[in-house]
Design a protein around this ligand. Structure first.
Ligand SMILES: Cc1cc2nc3c(=O)[nH]c(=O)nc-3n(C[C@H](O)[C@H](O)[C@H](O)COP(=O)(O)OP(=O)(O)OC[C@H]3O[C@@H](n4cnc5c(N)ncnc54)[C@H](O)[C@@H]3O)c2cc1C
Length: 283
């Protein structure tokens, strides 16, 4: 069984600050980590490999320093790490990122064996879009299982997989054919501690480092800024609110709670009713 896990190196959001004057994100000196959601995907992949045999390949697209995250993934027990790095990838939005990763996954398939499962995290903690996984699936023509909370069964001989997917108001049980792309939910497992031998192996391991050309990417115009139609116009921190929330008491015996609440609020803030009516008329 060959499993590919896409991991992204992200700034540790707990330590990010927004510049008070320019309102831009201050990344300098901020440590980087593996996107936390991707660790749930990696652990699930390692468990499947331990149960069914095979290999886990971790893949990241990023600058050369993303090597740190790949080595970390090797210390957890991944078998192989692929770094996709090239100046052509700079400034990629989700369209360009999923294109480059999909191409690299095709190349991984040709070089190391076709993947049965490709995992991504549910989303990242910096871009936060949750678009890259589905974008890869579409480009590779894989069936996609999103927001997966449990891998119930993998039938390699029959080429099938059954999973649980968290949906609004319940859990869906889905069965489909391999190969699939799975976006893994958070909190579904606990990342193992790497063994000493894996730590030693990770430190010495030779990573597979591919440029766009190495990965067989033919259309460079689909990569990086040139392949990215999205534009971030402004990044800003929400301004802190000066006023505190008010607690409004209503009579417990009120027949219609919503009506009673609105009456009480308008009673305490008489100008508000007029302002809301005016606002409604302008919409
Ligand atoms: C509107 C917009 C404009 C942007 N513009 C720029 C820009 O100009 N310059 C710039 O540098 N960045 C830019 N970004 C950030 C860039 O698009 C994202 O970092 C990248 O496309 C991944 O998207 P995401 O972080 O939302 O991933 P998500 O879709 O949330 O990620 C889901 C999963 O996909 C996988 N994944 C995502 N990215 C990678 C990766 N690189 N390698 C391996 N696996 C991965 C992970 O498993 C992850 O859990 C922009 C983002 C947005 C939303």
């Amino acid at each position: 069984m060959h499993i590919v896990v896409c991991i992204k190196q992200v700034p540790d959001s707990a330590q990010i600050r927004v510049h008070p004057v320019t309102n831009t994100i201050m990344r300098q000196g901020v440590p980087t980590i593996i996107n936390p959601y991707d660790l749930f995907a990696l652990e699930e992949a390692l468990r499947l490999r331990d149960k069914h045999g095979g290999e886990v390949t971790v893949l990241t697209m990023g600058p050369p320093m993303a090597e740190d995250s790949l080595r970390k993934a090797l210390t957890f027990g991944a078998d192989r790490a692929v770094l996709l790095t090239d100046r052509f990838f700079a400034g990629s939005d989700t369209l360009a990122t999923s294109y480059a990763l999909a191409q690299a996954i095709a190349k991984i398939g040709e070089t190391f064996g076709a993947p049965d499962i490709v995992f991504t995290g549910k989303q990242t903690i910096d871009g936060d879009t949750a678009q890259v996984g589905p974008g890869i699936a579409k480009r590779r023509n894989f069936l996609q299982l999103t927001y997966v909370s449990k891998i119930s069964d993998v039938d390699l001989a029959g080429g099938k997989i059954r999973v649980e997917r968290r949906a609004e108001g319940g859990v869906q049980v889905l069965e489909t054919k391999l190969p699939v792309l799975i976006t893994m939910l958070e909190g579904v497992n606990e990342m193992r501690r790497g063994s000493m031998s894996d730590a030693l192996r990770a430190a010495r391991a030779e990573l597979v480092v591919w440029s766009a050309q190495d990965a067989g990417i033919e259309d460079i115009l689909k990569c990086g800024l040139r392949g990215s139609p999205t534009v971030v116009k402004r990044v800003f921190a929400p301004s802190p609110r000066a006023e505190k929330a008010k607690q409004v008491e209503i009579q417990p015996a009120a027949i219609d709670t919503a009506d009673a609440l609105i009456e009480t609020i308008f009673g305490q803030l008489p100008a508000l009713e007029g302002e809301l009516v005016e606002l409604h008329q302008t919409l």
